[in-house]
Design a protein around this ligand. Sequence first.
Ligand code: FAD
Ligand code: EPU
Length: 346
Amino acid sequence: MKILEHTSLKPYNTFGIDVFAAHFCRARDKEALIYLIKNTLEYYKNILILGGGSNVLLCSDFEGLVIKNEIIGIDIIKEDDEHVWIRSMSGTNWHELVNYCVNRNYGGIENLALIPGTVGAAPMQNIGAYGTELKDVFLALEAIDMKTGEILIFDRDACAFEYRQSVFKKELKNKYFIYSVTLKLSKHPIPNTTYGDIQKILQENNIAAKAASIRDVADAVIKIRKSKLPDPKEIGNAGSFFKNPEVTKEVADKLIAQYPTIPHYILPNGTVKIPAAWLIEQCGWKGKRIGNTGNHEKQALVIVNYKDASGNEILEHAIHVQQSVYNKFNIQLEMEVNIISPSAFA
Ligand code: FAD
Ligand code: EPU
């Protein structure tokens, strides 16, 4: 595997932050990757695995080795009359996997269409959108121990999935290279059209919700996403910068009394989810630009890089937003984006 020195990471992160990696390589097969881990990794101070770079904020030059994951491939490993078991290599583009499945009428991930990034990063934060989360169809993953090169299997329980969370973002952070992901999909899918504007788009296309195919649902999701989320090719961003906060019923009741129009969703466990975008918009940030950064005009939760912002400039802006939401609503927003700075590897 060829290791390059002093490589710009600008093409490899959707915020478009121009920082440098002291060392950089592309992983294209398992054998070479395991060889690298077993024989040379000790030499590098820190290791950063990058997929599509669509959920990272790079705050400084990286004084270690960046491994860009380019291990691709999709296989059907098992099937019966009802289900199909799809194993995808982790460097495969997520949306390509969605298309592969939707085109064959394998249902379960159509609502996750157009999420940027790789298959290997999907379990990191249990990606979710339009009423579906990865965990709903996830069976297992193979991960390579970054110290020993040993391969381990993690089933759904071992991944400890939660809303935008997994064991790999918490106690096992930076410890494993996710090598492959296996999903169990349905051969007789029942599309989920209940979320957001999906039914509205279907109606506009004269498709009855009951008659919708998973392709119809994927296309509707793509249309909605394109209408409100900025395309990173045009303007740097990493999707939602913060998670949607969950508060107790008591806290929610007080907020609803004070702000009767506050959108809120009661979760099965009785807590209440409030859209961070609404809280941020109420603080006056929507469409507001400060220097090279700001909050998107169509989606207040998306922080953007208008031009040549540094990672720290974006981080400072995010902290400013977080602080103003706290001051107004007494709610502490939690960052969803992975902040990559020396302290993240301490
Ligand atoms: P990266 O940004 O490359 O990496 C993210 C983290 O995972 C890093 O810490 C990295 O070190 C680690 N990592 C990556 N690959 C591996 C691996 N193989 N093994 C171990 N660690 C790894 N997310 C949603 O959940 N729902 C959405 O609807 C959504 N919409 C988005 C819309 C836009 C416009 C953008 C820009 C982002 C959006 N995101 C969304 C966030 C992002 O697309 C997902 O988090 C995605 O899974 C990140 O994939 P990636 O390959 O780009 O990960
Ligand atoms: N809203 C505002 N102002 C805005 C935007 C939204 O007040 O500028 C309010 C509206 O009331 C709206 C509600 O927030 O109904 C929810 O907005 P939206 O449907 O756009 O979804 P979201 O909660 O902001 C979440 C995910 C997205 C995912 C969508 C669709 C999180 C942190 N974000 O956004 O995921 O695509 O739902 O399911 O959960 C991501 O993780 O990067 C991401 C984009």
